[in-house]
Design a protein around this ligand. Structure first.
Ligand code: CA
Length: 348
């Protein structure tokens, strides 16, 4: 058995060399969604691999631009469309769990957020490019992935570490809890992405959650990620309530809300910035930055937000928190990513 195992490992190594080899000198093809020729105003710089969304980048149109920043951008690496979330002071917390109170004001600097959860199709492509022969547990998503059938459903049953690996591959990050909640609710204290009304019979197509009747909202389990358009967040992000719950960057701290207010940890980006794409962008993977922006320095569990198809509507509130160990594989937890922007160019 040992020798067979060794042969498999050698085979994997050979495949890896071949895959790595094809990357050398190949011509990069841009995402068909990317407007690579778009003009951006002075001071508005997107890092490498990110472009304004094609046909949505006229700067003088309010629908296309947010204080000069394109309202929607595309990440070349996975064709993910991202929405701009402006710098804001918002009311974080105030939920029904003991770890969600009291509500307090939190400042977040502007960033982009994926408009959908990362899909099976996107994650599968990442796995094909990035397969590590020695870590088969990265492929746990396959349990729920049927190629050609649910490519556009959210990836799930992946650990926090898997989600972070993907986010690095696409040069993005997992959102902090503060970023996630700001993107889901904006500054008007709403308790669902669409407003304050819970999902009821007449509004049952607002999110994919668990109801007393099976498939009451159209889906018994996950739904395609770009769905329930009436339930998008104030910035246009889909299914921040329901479908799959989403890993966040932060270690979970049940007592964190006891602090009266908190500057966005991402403000730490102003310190120790390193080149990322160009000098305008700090490298979000730098250790010093990661530690200043991701809440508690250490912990046992990571924060999870947004509720899922397996949760009642109350668990899909924007302030609802839950947790799991970063190595856990959960059938109802996936993720989406953010692209932090340089705070010094933030328009408030
Ligand atoms: Ca979700």
């Amino acid at each position: 058995m040992a020798s067979i195992d060794r042969i498999i490992r050698m085979g994997c190594a050979a495949v890896f060399v071949l895959v790595a080899g094809t990357g050398v000198g190949c011509t990069h093809h841009h995402s068909p969604l990317a407007d690579v020729c778009a003009q951006l105003p002075e001071g508005v710089v997107l890092p490498e691999s990110f472009y304004p969304l094609a046909n949505h980048s006229e700067l003088d149109r309010a629908d296309d631009s947010y204080n000069g920043w394109p309202r929607y951008i595309v990440c070349d690496r996975d064709n993910m469309v991202m929405a701009y979330v402006p710098s804001q002071t918002f009311n974080m917390g105030g939920g029904i769990g003991t770890d969600e109170v009291p509500a307090r004001e939190v400042v977040v600097s502007h960033f982009y957020i994926d408009i959908t959860e990362v899909t099976n199709g996107q994650y599968h492509r990442f796995r094909k490019v990035h397969a590590r022969c020695d870590r088969e547990d990265h492929d746990t998503y396959r349990e729920y992935f049927v190629r050609g059938v649910n490519n556009d459903h959210p990836v799930r049953n992946i650990s926090w570490m898997d989600a972070r690996l993907y986010s690095r591959w696409v040069r993005r990050m997992l959102p902090t809890e503060a970023q996630w909640e700001a993107a889901a609710r904006g500054s008007d204290r709403r308790i669902y992405p669409w407003g304050n009304e819970p999902q009821i019979e007449t509004t049952r197509y607002l999110c994919n959650c668990k109801t007393t009747r099976a498939a009451f909202d159209g889906y018994e389990y996950t739904a395609p990620v770009m769905n329930f358009a009436a339930g998008v967040s104030p910035y246009g992000a889909f299914q921040m309530a329901g479908n799959v719950a989403e890993w966040c960057a932060d270690w979970y701290d049940p007592g964190r809300y006891a602090y009266p207010s908190e500057e966005d940890p991402a403000m730490g980006l102003e310190r120790g910035a390193k080149a990322f794409g160009d000098e305008n962008f700090p490298n979000p993977l730098a250790k010093i930055i990661r530690e200043t922006r991701v809440g508690p320095f250490r912990g046992d569990e990571k924060a999870i937000r947004g509720g899922s198809y397996a949760d009642p509507i109350e668990k899909c509130r924007v302030d609802s928190r839950r947790t799991a160990r970063p190595g856990a594989y959960l059938a109802n937890v996936g993720f989406r990513c953010v692209l932090p922007l340089p705070p010094n160019t933030a328009t408030r």
